[in-house]
Design a protein around this ligand. Structure first.
Ligand code: LLP
Length: 431
């Protein structure tokens, strides 16, 4: 078998497949796109994107949840527009994300806003925009929302983010629902706050929000968290307050390597019975599940450097483009864009040109013997790829391209050197 061959089950997961020896995105050859656009670039499949959105929508259709795509995972206007047009709402975490959400025409009543550090200005703008809920993460934040809302003569709807203290069995940096994490309020505080809600006359508390982590491959941690929240909701209702909504956040895992994540259907089957018992409207905030396998990062081999101890495939993409391997030691499969079945294999690291040992896209991989000028695709790069990219080493950020109905479109131009100095000034005193 060819190294990196797409597994049978994976083939149904996304639209990046070989036709002959060339890797295609839907019906478009990636080699041709690279020749037209240059490298590196992110490449998205519109069909895969919508397919994943619909999978989750259909799996939960019997309880008609509000799905708010978590735009921290990918906030390209083209991606957002495609999802919003398909009916998705958006989960935002900053004034900038709210700006983009409104820019793509998302109905403000489908926007929920989380973040432990919402500023007064961000709160004011979100209230003026008429978002559905703030997911409130602390009491000082609730007090500030109440104050701003009063000043604007409004009453705003909020949910309280509860920290259910469960272990989602994922990377420690993307675990968010354990007691020691900075997110949410402990259950006692949530219950007391619903009891004291008259202290916040310009706020209407409508429900509970949880988000326990990301890249979670099993339903059990979700079930545990929902069960815990269930008893909390019962207590709150006993105290006389209403709970209409439960937001269970995002976190559904995808296949990067050999994971066996639950399908949307299996996840839905596991949690719907619990939700039904609670008599609430459900909100889901998936990010990675929808966009992760809808995108790849295409790069070109600059050099192949063989040292006595290691082989390095040096490419023109780097940790500034895709930081997940450096930051989380995340695994992304590497596939040649044009495969050469007779090529020998070699053990190599795939690295970028950045001046850090941590600048790698893959380590210790058995790969075909790449040659300079050849293209490769870093798979599963649609979520937390471009959104976490930076200009480190003064590298212009890469282009983004989307294949839609058999054609490709540049949906974000590659940055130019001029963009690297945009807004900078050198005071006269320094000259
Ligand atoms: N809702 C909230 C409140 C969140 O904090 C997150 C992600 C999501 C939804 C979406 O989670 P998803 O469905 O995508 O797992 N940069 C990391 C992931 C950080 C996730 C942060 N919060 C990575 O590259 O793996």
């Amino acid at each position: 078998m060819y190294i990196g061959e797409i597994k049978e089950e994976r083939q149904v997961m996304h639209e990046f497949k070989y036709k002959g020896d060339e890797l295609f995105c839907e019906d478009v050859g990636i080699g041709g796109i690279a020749a037209a656009v240059g490298t590196p670039f992110y490449l998205y499949s519109h069909r895969t994107l919508l397919d994943h959105y619909r999978k989750i929508r259909e799996a939960f259709s019997e309880i008609n949840p509000l799905i708010c795509f978590s735009m921290k995972s990918n906030s390209s206007l083209a991606v957002l527009t495609a999802l919003v047009k398909a009916g998705s709402g958006l989960d935002v975490v900053s004034g900038g994300e709210l700006f983009k959400a409104l820019k793509v025409g998302c109905d403000s009543k489908k926007i929920v806003y989380a973040s432990v550090g919402k500023t007064e200005r961000e709160i004011e703008n979100a209230i003026k925009a008429g978002i559905l809920f703030f997911n409130v993460e602390s009491l000082p934040e609730l007090a500030l929302i109440d104050k701003v809302s009063g000043k604007l003569g409004r009453t705003v709807d909020c949910t309280l983010r509860a920290n259910p203290d469960v272990d989602p069995h994922t990377h420690k940096f993307i675990t968010t629902g354990k007691a020691e994490n900075k997110f949410g309020l402990d259950f006692k505080t949530v219950e007391e706050t619903f009891g004291n809600s008259c202290r916040y006359p310009h706020v209407r508390l409508r429900g509970i929000h949880i988000h326990i982590g990301s890249q979670i491959t099993e339903a059990e941690p979700f079930r545990k968290a929902i069960a815990k929240v269930g008893s909390l909701i019962a207590k709150i209702r006993k105290g006389g307050a209403r709970i209409d909504w439960l937001n269970i956040g995002g976190g559904l895992g995808i296949i990067y390597r050999k994971e066996h994540p639950q399908s949307a259907e299996r996840f839905a089957k596991a949690v719907i019975p619990l939700i039904r018992k609670l008599d609430v409207r459900l909100i889901l905030e998936p990010g990675r599940f929808i966009v992760g396998n809808s995108g790849v990062l295409v790069a070109k081999v600059t050099y192949v450097k063989k040292t006595r101890s290691r082989n390095f495939v040096i490419v023109d993409a780097a940790m500034n483009d895709l930081i997940r391997p450096s930051l989380y030691d995340a695994y992304h499969e590497i596939l040649p864009v044009i495969r050469k079945p007779v090529r020998r294999k070699m053990l190599a690291d795939v690295v970028g040109p950045i001046c850090e040992t941590g600048d790698f896209l893959a380590r210790d991989r058995k790969l075909p013997e790449f040659r300079s000028g050849e293209l490769l695709a870093v798979m599963g790069a649609g979520a937390y790829g471009f959104t976490m990219s930076s200009n480190y080493n003064s590298r212009p950020r890469s282009a983004e391209v989307m294949v839609i109905h058999g054609r490709f479109y540049v949906v974000r131009e590659r940055e130019k050197y001029d963009d690297l100095v945009k807004g900078e000034a050198v005071p006269r005193e320094l000259r």
